[in-house]
Design a protein around this ligand. Sequence first.
Ligand code: SF4
Length: 83
Amino acid sequence: MPPSLPEKALNFAKAAAKYAASGCKNVSTDEYVRRLEICASCEKLDAKSMSCNECGCYVKLKCLWATENCKNWEKSACKPSGI
Ligand code: SF4
């Protein structure tokens, strides 16, 4: 079941605070694309809103922010060629 609206707001506030504290660090373009591709094929993605039904995050931001993580990104063996 997706998080409620208050849970999503709290998750986003925590993620944004962590991102700001890091100096707004983003991942490389290759890593961003790799993460997005994993999200695109994930059963937890709500493709209509581009949000994750597990954490409620908007994945286009979640994938970009270096401070964000997902167990599915870690276990994926998919890496862009040349890395
Ligand atoms: S953040 Fe993780 S759980 Fe959510 S859609 Fe992306 S891969 Fe799936």
